[in-house]
Design a protein around this ligand. Structure first.
Ligand code: GAL
Length: 402
């Protein structure tokens, strides 16, 4: 970490899904990330990959960039790295995804939560890792990982769920697809994971105006989102939580608050491949949440939908995924090729938010792109429209209506 101030040179527009150079001219490498605003500076945290074309395997750590204008970013380096010690949960070979950082005004510490998969176990572990730092740019000290909410039931658990099925023991040996499947809802996964803690994969954090912080994650084999209030120090779970969108298979969730209401964006569950985004609104963070459908409403600026043939799709390295039409598009119907990762409030512009998306390139994740688009709030829904390039001044007119 250097002592130089964040990058503040001339503003350049934000171009969609094109290499975005940092202060060293190196493409920004912060995927599945989130931006936190603290004392006049934006901090962007994300998954940082090595080049798959090098002899190193693709590896993740959490990288941080800082900026005062959202366009020009200074590389603050890796703030949480995987370690050599094979006994560590974050040893090389583990997977660190969707890191997010929040500031605790009482403890004056920065809490970093992320989705952790253990070395050699694929996506089975489904754990949440947590690390803490005194400064936004770290270094972050790794504390532990957990399956959240062990030994507690969600606020909206039914008596039948709490009674648990007789076959909970048998369920422990069963494997489930991480994607939509008619099998999953037949089993009480909530009860299966009551003692050991709930599965937690794609995730986000949200701090409300009253300082309460929430952890939102894909649970129960990705079938159902869990929203769990964190403890007052933001370093563990409080035991107060709720299940949302049961058996709707949401991933990549992100939350924001506007005009006293809570707004959510998420994706469907198709791995790295894009699918139609989803949105929802609630008056209370605990729900009821109302589903609003795909907030993306416009295709590319020409009005044309960018089409990919199956072979182009393959070249990009997307796995073939059941449920996605053979005629692939990268228009609003497939989130412009992206997947949500953050709803970012713009400082000093009430009602102005950027929806941040990742355009995944799974054969070389480091080269995955970013799409940042303005969020426009109406009374009962919000929309995300295509805009390339995105210039922050656009937000003045486009994101403050409604
Ligand atoms: C996606 C998820 C990513 C990553 C990927 C792995 O569905 O949003 O964060 O976990 O699956 O296949």
């Amino acid at each position: 970490m250097t002592e130089e101030p964040p990058a503040t040179h001339t503003r350049s527009p934000i171009f969609q899904d094109r290499p975005w150079p940092d202060n060293n001219g190196v493409p920004i490498n912060a995927h599945g990330g989130g931006v936190m605003f603290h004392r006049g500076v934006y901090y962007w945290f994300g998954e940082s990959y090595r080049d798959a074309n090098s002899t190193e395997p693709q590896a993740t750590g959490v990288r941080c960039y800082s900026s005062t204008d959202l366009c020009n970013w200074k590389d603050e380096g890796i703030v949480l790295a995987r370690v050599k010690d094979p006994r560590s949960e974050i040893t090389e070979g583990c997977v660190i995804e969707r890191p997010k950082v929040i500031y605790n005004a009482t403890t004056r510490k920065f809490a970093l939560w992320f989705h952790l998969e253990l070395n050699g176990e694929g996506y089975k572990a489904a754990r949440s890792g947590v690390a803490v730092a005194d400064r936004p740019t770290g270094p972050y000290v790794y504390l532990r990982s957990e399956r959240p909410d062990a030994g507690t039931w969600p606020i909206n658990a039914t008596e039948a769920q709490k009674a648990g099925p007789k076959e909970v023991e048998a369920l422990k040996g069963m494997s489930f697809s991480g994607g939509p499947s008619p099998e999953t809802p037949k089993h009480n996964l909530l009860a299966r994971d009551f003692h050991g803690g709930q599965m937690a994969r794609d995730m986000n954090l949200f701090v409300d105006d009253d300082g309460k912080a929430y952890h939102l994650f894909a649970s129960e084999e990705n079938s159902t989102l869990h929203l769990s209030r964190l403890s007052d120090d933001y370093l563990s779970h409080s035991g107060e939580w709720v299940r949302l969108f049961e058996y709707k298979w949401n991933e990549a969730p992100a939350l924001c608050k506007h005009k006293g209401r809570y707004w959510m964006i998420s994706s469907g569950c198709t791995g790295w491949a894009p699918n139609p985004a989803r949105s929802a609104v609630a008056d209370s963070i605990w729900g009821p949440w109302k589903e609003l459908g795909n907030p993306c409403i416009e295709d590319a600026p020409t009005g044309e939908t960018l089409k990919l043939t199956p072979s182009q799709w393959k070249e990009l390295g997307y796995p073939s995924v059941g449920g996605i039409p053979r005629k692939y598009t990268l228009g609003a119907d497939h989130t412009f090729g992206g997947q949500s990762t953050c709803l970012l409030p713009i400082d000093g512009k009430p009602g102005a938010f950027i929806a941040m998306f990742d355009v995944w390139r799974p054969t070389n994740l480091m080269t995955s792109g970013y799409v940042w688009l303005p969020v426009v709030f109406g009374r009962d829904r919000f929309t995300v429209t295509w805009s390339d390039p995105l210039h922050p001044s656009l937000l003045d007119g486009r994101a403050t209506c409604g």
